[in-house]
Design a protein around this ligand. Structure first.
Ligand SMILES: *[C@@H]1O[C@H](CO)[C@@H](O)[C@H](O)[C@H]1NC(C)=O
Ligand SMILES: *[C@@H]1O[C@H](CO)[C@@H](O)[C@H](O)[C@H]1NC(C)=O
Ligand SMILES: *[C@@H]1O[C@H](CO)[C@@H](O)[C@H](O)[C@H]1NC(C)=O
Ligand SMILES: *[C@@H]1O[C@H](CO)[C@@H](O)[C@H](O)[C@H]1NC(C)=O
Ligand SMILES: *[C@@H]1O[C@H](CO)[C@@H](O)[C@H](O)[C@H]1NC(C)=O
Ligand SMILES: *[C@@H]1O[C@H](CO)[C@@H](O)[C@H](O)[C@H]1NC(C)=O
Length: 406
Protein backbone atom coordinates (compact mmCIF):
# COMPACT_ATOMS: atom_id res chain seq x y z
CA UNK A 1 0.00 0.00 0.00
CA UNK A 2 2.88 2.37 0.66
CA UNK A 3 3.58 3.28 -2.97
CA UNK A 4 -0.04 4.28 -3.41
CA UNK A 5 0.10 6.59 -0.41
CA UNK A 6 3.28 8.10 -1.70
CA UNK A 7 1.59 8.72 -5.04
CA UNK A 8 -1.29 10.43 -3.35
CA UNK A 9 0.98 12.90 -1.69
CA UNK A 10 2.35 14.21 -4.95
CA UNK A 11 -0.69 14.09 -7.20
CA UNK A 12 -3.47 16.62 -7.12
CA UNK A 13 -6.97 15.48 -6.32
CA UNK A 14 -9.09 16.98 -9.02
CA UNK A 15 -12.20 18.25 -7.35
CA UNK A 16 -14.91 18.54 -9.94
CA UNK A 17 -17.79 19.73 -7.88
CA UNK A 18 -18.84 19.97 -4.28
CA UNK A 19 -22.08 20.57 -2.51
CA UNK A 20 -25.56 19.24 -2.35
CA UNK A 21 -28.17 20.54 -4.71
CA UNK A 22 -31.32 19.11 -3.20
CA UNK A 23 -34.54 19.23 -5.12
CA UNK A 24 -37.85 19.42 -3.27
CA UNK A 25 -39.54 16.10 -2.78
CA UNK A 26 -42.75 15.83 -4.77
CA UNK A 27 -46.06 16.38 -3.02
CA UNK A 28 -46.86 14.29 0.01
CA UNK A 29 -43.21 13.89 0.91
CA UNK A 30 -43.09 10.39 -0.53
CA UNK A 31 -41.96 11.15 -4.04
CA UNK A 32 -38.31 11.45 -4.73
CA UNK A 33 -35.38 13.56 -3.78
CA UNK A 34 -32.22 14.53 -5.53
CA UNK A 35 -28.88 15.45 -4.08
CA UNK A 36 -25.63 16.43 -5.63
CA UNK A 37 -22.41 14.60 -5.11
CA UNK A 38 -18.73 15.19 -5.26
CA UNK A 39 -16.66 13.73 -8.04
CA UNK A 40 -12.93 13.65 -7.74
CA UNK A 41 -10.15 12.05 -9.58
CA UNK A 42 -8.76 9.17 -7.62
CA UNK A 43 -5.04 9.28 -7.06
CA UNK A 44 -4.97 5.61 -6.09
CA UNK A 45 -4.45 3.05 -8.79
CA UNK A 46 -4.64 5.58 -11.57
CA UNK A 47 -1.55 4.26 -13.27
CA UNK A 48 -3.45 1.15 -14.18
CA UNK A 49 -7.15 1.75 -14.46
CA UNK A 50 -7.71 -1.25 -16.69
CA UNK A 51 -6.01 -3.63 -14.24
CA UNK A 52 -8.02 -2.23 -11.37
CA UNK A 53 -11.28 -2.47 -13.30
CA UNK A 54 -10.49 -6.06 -14.26
CA UNK A 55 -9.66 -7.00 -10.68
CA UNK A 56 -13.02 -5.65 -9.62
CA UNK A 57 -14.83 -7.67 -12.29
CA UNK A 58 -12.88 -10.78 -11.36
CA UNK A 59 -14.15 -10.34 -7.85
CA UNK A 60 -17.71 -10.08 -9.19
CA UNK A 61 -17.39 -13.27 -11.22
CA UNK A 62 -16.01 -15.31 -8.36
CA UNK A 63 -19.22 -14.62 -6.50
CA UNK A 64 -21.40 -16.26 -9.13
CA UNK A 65 -23.57 -18.88 -7.44
CA UNK A 66 -21.46 -18.72 -4.31
CA UNK A 67 -22.47 -15.88 -2.06
CA UNK A 68 -20.36 -16.13 1.04
CA UNK A 69 -18.27 -13.70 2.97
CA UNK A 70 -16.48 -12.23 0.00
CA UNK A 71 -19.51 -10.40 -1.21
CA UNK A 72 -18.26 -7.06 -2.26
CA UNK A 73 -15.70 -5.60 -4.57
CA UNK A 74 -12.82 -3.16 -4.64
CA UNK A 75 -14.25 0.25 -4.09
CA UNK A 76 -11.43 2.69 -4.60
CA UNK A 77 -9.78 1.52 -7.75
CA UNK A 78 -11.69 3.63 -10.19
CA UNK A 79 -10.04 6.66 -11.69
CA UNK A 80 -12.94 8.86 -10.73
CA UNK A 81 -14.50 8.57 -7.30
CA UNK A 82 -17.98 9.81 -6.57
CA UNK A 83 -18.84 10.64 -3.02
CA UNK A 84 -22.03 11.88 -1.40
CA UNK A 85 -22.47 13.78 1.84
CA UNK A 86 -24.49 11.73 4.29
CA UNK A 87 -25.42 12.61 7.88
CA UNK A 88 -25.56 10.08 10.68
CA UNK A 89 -26.94 10.47 14.22
CA UNK A 90 -28.66 13.23 16.13
CA UNK A 91 -27.06 15.71 16.34
CA UNK A 92 -25.75 14.62 12.95
CA UNK A 93 -22.18 14.01 11.90
CA UNK A 94 -21.62 14.49 8.20
CA UNK A 95 -19.59 11.91 6.29
CA UNK A 96 -18.27 11.81 2.75
CA UNK A 97 -19.22 8.37 1.42
CA UNK A 98 -18.26 6.65 -1.79
CA UNK A 99 -21.20 6.08 -4.14
CA UNK A 100 -20.96 2.40 -5.13
CA UNK A 101 -23.59 0.42 -7.03
CA UNK A 102 -21.34 -2.67 -6.94
CA UNK A 103 -21.61 -3.18 -3.17
CA UNK A 104 -24.49 -2.80 -0.76
CA UNK A 105 -23.33 -2.11 2.81
CA UNK A 106 -23.18 1.36 4.30
CA UNK A 107 -20.30 2.07 6.58
CA UNK A 108 -18.41 5.01 8.07
CA UNK A 109 -15.32 5.75 10.08
CA UNK A 110 -12.47 5.31 7.60
CA UNK A 111 -11.32 8.89 8.07
CA UNK A 112 -13.72 10.82 10.27
CA UNK A 113 -14.57 8.68 13.28
CA UNK A 114 -18.08 7.74 14.30
CA UNK A 115 -19.58 9.51 17.29
CA UNK A 116 -22.51 7.66 18.85
CA UNK A 117 -25.43 9.94 19.70
CA UNK A 118 -28.92 9.57 21.16
CA UNK A 119 -30.13 7.74 18.04
CA UNK A 120 -27.22 5.27 17.91
CA UNK A 121 -27.86 1.68 18.88
CA UNK A 122 -25.04 -0.83 19.15
CA UNK A 123 -26.35 -4.21 17.96
CA UNK A 124 -23.39 -6.29 19.12
CA UNK A 125 -22.96 -7.70 15.61
CA UNK A 126 -19.75 -7.54 13.63
CA UNK A 127 -19.45 -6.43 10.03
CA UNK A 128 -16.92 -7.62 7.52
CA UNK A 129 -16.82 -6.68 3.84
CA UNK A 130 -14.01 -7.81 1.55
CA UNK A 131 -13.06 -5.50 -1.27
CA UNK A 132 -10.23 -7.54 -2.72
CA UNK A 133 -7.10 -5.56 -1.95
CA UNK A 134 -8.56 -4.03 1.14
CA UNK A 135 -11.37 -4.93 3.40
CA UNK A 136 -13.59 -3.36 5.95
CA UNK A 137 -14.25 -4.69 9.40
CA UNK A 138 -16.17 -3.12 12.18
CA UNK A 139 -19.17 -3.31 14.41
CA UNK A 140 -22.79 -2.78 13.56
CA UNK A 141 -24.85 0.09 14.81
CA UNK A 142 -28.27 1.17 13.72
CA UNK A 143 -28.70 4.89 13.48
CA UNK A 144 -30.58 7.73 11.85
CA UNK A 145 -29.24 8.51 8.42
CA UNK A 146 -30.17 11.61 6.48
CA UNK A 147 -29.38 12.86 3.04
CA UNK A 148 -30.52 16.43 3.47
CA UNK A 149 -33.81 18.17 2.80
CA UNK A 150 -35.78 15.88 5.07
CA UNK A 151 -34.86 12.54 3.56
CA UNK A 152 -34.25 10.49 6.68
CA UNK A 153 -33.97 6.81 7.52
CA UNK A 154 -34.48 5.48 11.02
CA UNK A 155 -32.48 2.53 12.26
CA UNK A 156 -30.33 2.06 9.21
CA UNK A 157 -27.72 -0.65 9.69
CA UNK A 158 -24.30 0.92 9.44
CA UNK A 159 -20.86 -0.50 9.83
CA UNK A 160 -18.51 1.45 12.07
CA UNK A 161 -14.93 0.83 11.12
CA UNK A 162 -12.47 -0.73 13.48
CA UNK A 163 -10.15 -1.43 10.55
CA UNK A 164 -10.48 -0.33 6.95
CA UNK A 165 -7.62 -0.60 4.52
CA UNK A 166 -9.76 -0.16 1.48
CA UNK A 167 -10.19 3.60 1.64
CA UNK A 168 -6.93 4.64 3.22
CA UNK A 169 -5.43 7.68 1.65
CA UNK A 170 -8.57 8.87 -0.14
CA UNK A 171 -10.02 11.08 2.58
CA UNK A 172 -13.35 9.32 2.05
CA UNK A 173 -15.10 8.25 5.25
CA UNK A 174 -16.86 5.11 4.07
CA UNK A 175 -19.13 3.58 1.49
CA UNK A 176 -22.73 4.20 0.52
CA UNK A 177 -23.56 0.80 -0.98
CA UNK A 178 -26.28 1.13 -3.60
CA UNK A 179 -26.21 -2.38 -5.03
CA UNK A 180 -28.86 -5.08 -4.52
CA UNK A 181 -29.43 -6.31 -0.94
CA UNK A 182 -28.26 -9.83 -1.90
CA UNK A 183 -24.72 -8.56 -1.78
CA UNK A 184 -25.00 -7.96 1.97
CA UNK A 185 -25.46 -11.67 2.65
CA UNK A 186 -22.89 -12.89 5.15
CA UNK A 187 -21.47 -9.43 5.84
CA UNK A 188 -23.10 -8.87 9.25
CA UNK A 189 -22.99 -11.53 11.96
CA UNK A 190 -26.37 -12.94 13.05
CA UNK A 191 -28.14 -11.33 10.08
CA UNK A 192 -28.94 -12.91 6.74
CA UNK A 193 -29.55 -9.94 4.47
CA UNK A 194 -29.21 -6.32 5.53
CA UNK A 195 -31.76 -3.87 4.10
CA UNK A 196 -29.93 -1.29 2.02
CA UNK A 197 -30.38 2.44 2.26
CA UNK A 198 -32.73 2.35 -0.73
CA UNK A 199 -34.73 -0.55 0.79
CA UNK A 200 -35.20 1.40 4.01
CA UNK A 201 -36.10 4.68 2.34
CA UNK A 202 -38.82 2.73 0.59
CA UNK A 203 -40.06 0.63 3.51
CA UNK A 204 -40.17 3.72 5.75
CA UNK A 205 -42.27 5.58 3.22
CA UNK A 206 -39.74 8.25 2.34
CA UNK A 207 -39.81 7.35 -1.34
CA UNK A 208 -42.65 5.88 -3.34
CA UNK A 209 -40.62 3.22 -5.13
CA UNK A 210 -37.29 1.54 -4.44
CA UNK A 211 -35.58 3.28 -7.31
CA UNK A 212 -32.30 5.15 -7.62
CA UNK A 213 -31.32 7.48 -10.47
CA UNK A 214 -27.70 8.43 -11.11
CA UNK A 215 -26.54 11.37 -13.18
CA UNK A 216 -22.85 11.69 -13.94
CA UNK A 217 -21.37 14.42 -16.03
CA UNK A 218 -18.13 14.07 -17.96
CA UNK A 219 -15.10 14.45 -15.72
CA UNK A 220 -13.84 17.15 -18.06
CA UNK A 221 -16.90 19.24 -17.32
CA UNK A 222 -17.24 21.34 -14.19
CA UNK A 223 -20.74 20.38 -13.08
CA UNK A 224 -21.57 17.91 -10.34
CA UNK A 225 -23.48 14.70 -10.66
CA UNK A 226 -26.49 13.76 -8.62
CA UNK A 227 -28.27 10.86 -6.98
CA UNK A 228 -32.05 10.69 -7.03
CA UNK A 229 -33.83 8.40 -4.59
CA UNK A 230 -37.33 7.24 -5.47
CA UNK A 231 -37.15 7.85 -9.19
CA UNK A 232 -35.15 9.84 -11.67
CA UNK A 233 -34.64 13.51 -12.29
CA UNK A 234 -36.59 14.44 -15.43
CA UNK A 235 -34.85 17.81 -15.61
CA UNK A 236 -31.53 16.28 -16.66
CA UNK A 237 -32.62 13.68 -19.18
CA UNK A 238 -33.23 14.49 -22.83
CA UNK A 239 -35.01 11.32 -23.96
CA UNK A 240 -37.60 8.94 -22.60
CA UNK A 241 -36.31 6.30 -20.20
CA UNK A 242 -36.24 2.73 -21.42
CA UNK A 243 -35.81 -0.24 -19.15
CA UNK A 244 -34.27 -3.69 -19.37
CA UNK A 245 -34.98 -6.51 -16.89
CA UNK A 246 -32.35 -7.72 -14.46
CA UNK A 247 -30.84 -10.74 -16.21
CA UNK A 248 -31.32 -14.32 -15.01
CA UNK A 249 -27.76 -15.11 -16.08
CA UNK A 250 -25.27 -15.80 -13.28
CA UNK A 251 -23.17 -14.04 -12.03
CA UNK A 252 -24.48 -10.81 -13.57
CA UNK A 253 -27.80 -11.40 -11.81
CA UNK A 254 -26.26 -10.71 -8.41
CA UNK A 255 -25.50 -7.14 -9.46
CA UNK A 256 -27.21 -4.53 -11.60
CA UNK A 257 -26.96 -7.03 -14.45
CA UNK A 258 -28.83 -7.01 -17.74
CA UNK A 259 -28.36 -8.15 -21.35
CA UNK A 260 -26.99 -6.11 -24.23
CA UNK A 261 -25.28 -6.61 -27.55
CA UNK A 262 -22.60 -4.27 -28.89
CA UNK A 263 -21.88 -3.17 -32.43
CA UNK A 264 -19.07 -1.05 -33.78
CA UNK A 265 -19.76 0.75 -37.04
CA UNK A 266 -22.84 -1.44 -37.43
CA UNK A 267 -20.88 -4.70 -37.11
CA UNK A 268 -21.55 -6.96 -34.10
CA UNK A 269 -18.59 -7.24 -31.75
CA UNK A 270 -20.48 -8.78 -28.80
CA UNK A 271 -23.70 -10.73 -29.37
CA UNK A 272 -26.56 -10.58 -26.85
CA UNK A 273 -24.82 -11.21 -23.51
CA UNK A 274 -25.25 -10.62 -19.83
CA UNK A 275 -23.11 -8.11 -17.95
CA UNK A 276 -23.40 -5.25 -15.48
CA UNK A 277 -23.59 -1.50 -15.09
CA UNK A 278 -21.33 -0.31 -12.27
CA UNK A 279 -20.40 3.10 -10.89
CA UNK A 280 -17.22 1.65 -9.41
CA UNK A 281 -15.73 0.72 -12.77
CA UNK A 282 -14.04 3.45 -14.75
CA UNK A 283 -13.90 2.01 -18.26
CA UNK A 284 -16.17 0.00 -20.53
CA UNK A 285 -14.92 -3.56 -20.24
CA UNK A 286 -15.90 -6.17 -22.82
CA UNK A 287 -15.04 -9.85 -23.34
CA UNK A 288 -11.60 -10.48 -24.85
CA UNK A 289 -12.91 -11.63 -28.25
CA UNK A 290 -15.12 -8.53 -28.53
CA UNK A 291 -12.23 -6.33 -27.44
CA UNK A 292 -9.88 -7.84 -30.01
CA UNK A 293 -12.41 -7.11 -32.74
CA UNK A 294 -12.73 -3.54 -31.50
CA UNK A 295 -8.96 -3.13 -31.29
CA UNK A 296 -8.37 -4.28 -34.83
CA UNK A 297 -11.26 -2.19 -36.16
CA UNK A 298 -9.96 0.97 -34.48
CA UNK A 299 -6.26 0.25 -35.00
CA UNK A 300 -5.51 1.01 -31.35
CA UNK A 301 -2.20 -0.10 -29.88
CA UNK A 302 -1.66 -0.91 -26.23
CA UNK A 303 0.05 2.00 -24.51
CA UNK A 304 2.54 1.02 -21.83
CA UNK A 305 2.22 4.14 -19.72
CA UNK A 306 -1.55 4.09 -19.29
CA UNK A 307 -2.47 0.49 -20.05
CA UNK A 308 -5.13 1.81 -22.45
CA UNK A 309 -5.39 1.54 -26.23
CA UNK A 310 -3.84 4.55 -27.93
CA UNK A 311 -4.91 5.80 -31.35
CA UNK A 312 -3.51 8.40 -33.72
CA UNK A 313 -5.42 11.56 -34.69
CA UNK A 314 -6.22 10.07 -38.08
CA UNK A 315 -7.52 6.87 -36.45
CA UNK A 316 -9.61 9.09 -34.19
CA UNK A 317 -11.07 10.79 -37.25
CA UNK A 318 -12.02 7.37 -38.59
CA UNK A 319 -13.65 6.05 -35.40
CA UNK A 320 -17.13 4.64 -35.93
CA UNK A 321 -20.08 4.73 -33.56
CA UNK A 322 -20.01 2.15 -30.78
CA UNK A 323 -23.59 1.08 -30.10
CA UNK A 324 -25.07 -0.68 -27.09
CA UNK A 325 -28.32 -2.48 -27.87
CA UNK A 326 -30.32 -2.83 -24.69
CA UNK A 327 -33.87 -4.12 -24.91
CA UNK A 328 -35.48 -2.38 -27.88
CA UNK A 329 -33.17 0.63 -27.67
CA UNK A 330 -29.77 1.59 -28.99
CA UNK A 331 -27.39 3.77 -26.99
CA UNK A 332 -24.63 5.21 -29.15
CA UNK A 333 -21.20 6.32 -28.09
CA UNK A 334 -19.88 8.78 -30.64
CA UNK A 335 -16.11 8.77 -31.28
CA UNK A 336 -15.52 11.48 -28.65
CA UNK A 337 -17.30 9.33 -26.07
CA UNK A 338 -14.89 6.45 -26.76
CA UNK A 339 -11.81 8.39 -25.66
CA UNK A 340 -10.43 9.32 -22.26
CA UNK A 341 -10.85 13.07 -21.57
CA UNK A 342 -7.66 14.53 -23.00
CA UNK A 343 -7.58 17.23 -20.32
CA UNK A 344 -7.18 14.42 -17.79
CA UNK A 345 -4.46 12.46 -19.59
CA UNK A 346 -1.99 13.64 -16.97
CA UNK A 347 -3.98 11.89 -14.26
CA UNK A 348 -3.57 8.45 -15.81
CA UNK A 349 0.10 8.81 -16.68
CA UNK A 350 -0.60 9.63 -20.32
CA UNK A 351 0.95 12.32 -22.46
CA UNK A 352 -1.07 15.42 -23.20
CA UNK A 353 -1.10 15.07 -26.97
CA UNK A 354 -2.19 11.43 -27.04
CA UNK A 355 -5.60 9.89 -27.55
CA UNK A 356 -6.59 6.89 -25.42
CA UNK A 357 -9.64 4.67 -25.78
CA UNK A 358 -11.92 3.91 -22.82
CA UNK A 359 -12.99 0.49 -24.11
CA UNK A 360 -10.92 -2.31 -22.63
CA UNK A 361 -10.53 -6.06 -22.26
CA UNK A 362 -12.46 -7.65 -19.38
CA UNK A 363 -9.77 -10.33 -19.30
CA UNK A 364 -11.61 -13.48 -20.40
CA UNK A 365 -13.62 -14.69 -23.41
CA UNK A 366 -17.35 -14.15 -23.93
CA UNK A 367 -19.80 -16.73 -22.61
CA UNK A 368 -18.86 -16.22 -18.96
CA UNK A 369 -22.19 -14.84 -17.76
CA UNK A 370 -20.54 -11.47 -17.08
CA UNK A 371 -19.26 -10.38 -20.47
CA UNK A 372 -19.26 -6.61 -20.07
CA UNK A 373 -19.31 -3.86 -17.51
CA UNK A 374 -20.56 -0.46 -18.52
CA UNK A 375 -18.63 1.76 -16.15
CA UNK A 376 -18.23 5.45 -15.74
CA UNK A 377 -17.22 5.99 -19.39
CA UNK A 378 -20.73 4.90 -20.37
CA UNK A 379 -22.49 6.49 -17.40
CA UNK A 380 -21.15 9.95 -18.15
CA UNK A 381 -23.08 9.76 -21.44
CA UNK A 382 -26.34 8.18 -20.26
CA UNK A 383 -28.45 8.61 -17.15
CA UNK A 384 -28.92 5.31 -15.30
CA UNK A 385 -31.78 4.04 -13.16
CA UNK A 386 -31.57 1.15 -10.69
CA UNK A 387 -35.06 -0.14 -9.96
CA UNK A 388 -35.37 -2.70 -7.17
CA UNK A 389 -39.18 -2.60 -7.19
CA UNK A 390 -39.46 -3.70 -10.81
CA UNK A 391 -36.14 -5.59 -11.03
CA UNK A 392 -34.81 -3.61 -13.95
CA UNK A 393 -32.29 -1.00 -15.00
CA UNK A 394 -33.10 2.01 -17.15
CA UNK A 395 -31.14 4.41 -19.29
CA UNK A 396 -31.82 7.77 -20.90
CA UNK A 397 -29.91 10.34 -22.91
CA UNK A 398 -28.55 13.48 -21.22
CA UNK A 399 -27.18 16.74 -22.55
CA UNK A 400 -23.71 15.18 -22.53
CA UNK A 401 -24.65 12.13 -24.59
CA UNK A 402 -23.08 13.60 -27.73
CA UNK A 403 -20.73 16.02 -25.99
CA UNK A 404 -17.33 16.48 -27.60
CA UNK A 405 -15.67 17.67 -24.38
CA UNK A 406 -13.28 14.71 -24.26
C1 LIG B 1 -8.16 -5.09 -5.65
O1 LIG B 1 -7.31 -4.03 -6.07
C2 LIG B 1 -5.94 -4.31 -5.96
C3 LIG B 1 -5.17 -3.09 -6.45
O2 LIG B 1 -5.30 -2.05 -5.53
C4 LIG B 1 -5.56 -5.52 -6.75
O3 LIG B 1 -4.20 -5.81 -6.56
C5 LIG B 1 -6.38 -6.69 -6.29
O4 LIG B 1 -6.10 -7.78 -7.12
C6 LIG B 1 -7.84 -6.37 -6.36
N1 LIG B 1 -8.53 -7.52 -5.83
C7 LIG B 1 -9.68 -7.97 -6.30
C8 LIG B 1 -10.14 -9.26 -5.77
O5 LIG B 1 -10.34 -7.34 -7.09
C1 LIG C 1 -8.16 -7.57 5.84
O1 LIG C 1 -7.10 -6.66 5.52
C2 LIG C 1 -6.03 -6.72 6.43
C3 LIG C 1 -5.07 -5.60 6.09
O2 LIG C 1 -4.76 -5.59 4.75
C4 LIG C 1 -5.38 -8.09 6.35
O3 LIG C 1 -4.32 -8.15 7.26
C5 LIG C 1 -6.41 -9.14 6.68
O4 LIG C 1 -5.84 -10.42 6.47
C6 LIG C 1 -7.63 -8.99 5.81
N1 LIG C 1 -8.64 -9.89 6.29
C7 LIG C 1 -9.05 -10.94 5.59
C8 LIG C 1 -10.06 -11.81 6.25
O5 LIG C 1 -8.64 -11.15 4.46
C1 LIG D 1 -9.83 13.37 7.42
O1 LIG D 1 -10.66 13.92 8.42
C2 LIG D 1 -10.14 15.08 9.03
C3 LIG D 1 -11.12 15.52 10.08
O2 LIG D 1 -11.44 14.47 10.90
C4 LIG D 1 -9.98 16.16 8.01
O3 LIG D 1 -9.39 17.29 8.60
C5 LIG D 1 -9.09 15.67 6.90
O4 LIG D 1 -9.06 16.65 5.90
C6 LIG D 1 -9.63 14.38 6.34
N1 LIG D 1 -8.67 13.88 5.39
C7 LIG D 1 -8.85 14.02 4.11
C8 LIG D 1 -7.74 13.50 3.25
O5 LIG D 1 -9.86 14.50 3.64
C1 LIG E 1 -28.61 -12.99 -21.76
O1 LIG E 1 -27.34 -13.38 -22.20
C2 LIG E 1 -26.98 -14.68 -21.82
C3 LIG E 1 -25.55 -14.89 -22.29
O2 LIG E 1 -24.69 -14.09 -21.53
C4 LIG E 1 -27.95 -15.68 -22.43
O3 LIG E 1 -27.61 -16.99 -22.01
C5 LIG E 1 -29.34 -15.35 -22.01
O4 LIG E 1 -30.26 -16.19 -22.67
C6 LIG E 1 -29.67 -13.91 -22.36
N1 LIG E 1 -30.95 -13.57 -21.82
C7 LIG E 1 -31.87 -12.94 -22.54
C8 LIG E 1 -33.17 -12.68 -21.86
O5 LIG E 1 -31.68 -12.61 -23.70
C1 LIG F 1 6.20 -1.63 -23.74
O1 LIG F 1 6.07 -2.93 -23.19
C2 LIG F 1 6.59 -3.94 -24.01
C3 LIG F 1 6.24 -5.28 -23.41
O2 LIG F 1 6.27 -5.23 -22.02
C4 LIG F 1 8.09 -3.74 -24.14
O3 LIG F 1 8.64 -4.74 -24.99
C5 LIG F 1 8.36 -2.36 -24.74
O4 LIG F 1 9.73 -2.12 -24.74
C6 LIG F 1 7.68 -1.29 -23.93
N1 LIG F 1 7.79 -0.02 -24.62
C7 LIG F 1 8.12 1.08 -24.02
C8 LIG F 1 8.17 2.29 -24.88
O5 LIG F 1 8.36 1.13 -22.83
C1 LIG G 1 -26.33 11.87 -30.98
O1 LIG G 1 -25.89 12.00 -32.30
C2 LIG G 1 -26.41 10.99 -33.16
C3 LIG G 1 -25.77 11.20 -34.51
O2 LIG G 1 -24.41 10.98 -34.40
C4 LIG G 1 -27.91 11.09 -33.23
O3 LIG G 1 -28.41 10.04 -34.02
C5 LIG G 1 -28.47 10.96 -31.83
O4 LIG G 1 -29.86 11.20 -31.88
C6 LIG G 1 -27.84 11.98 -30.91
N1 LIG G 1 -28.29 11.69 -29.58
C7 LIG G 1 -28.65 12.64 -28.75
C8 LIG G 1 -29.15 12.19 -27.43
O5 LIG G 1 -28.58 13.81 -28.99
Amino acid sequence: MFPYRALLAVLPIYLLAVGATPVNPTSGGTGKITLGFVARLNAIGISSIADADRARIKCMRVKGGHIKRDVSVNVTNSAVLYAAQVSVGSPPTEYTLLVDTGSSNMWVGANKSYTPTSTSYYTGNTVYVAYGSGNFSGVEYTDTVSFGNGLTINQQSIGVATQSQSLSGTGIDGVLGLGPADLTQGTVSNIDTVPTVVDNLYSQGMISSAVLGIYFVPASDSNSGELTFGGYDPSVITSTVHYAPITDTSSSNLFWGYNQSITYGGKTILPNSAGTVDTGTTLILIATDAFQTYQSATGGVMDNATGLLRITPSQYNNLQTLSFHIGTQTYDLIPNAQIWPRSLNYAIGGSSGSIYLVVHDIGYPSGSGLDFTNGYAFLERYYSIYDTTNACVGFAAIRYTNSTSN
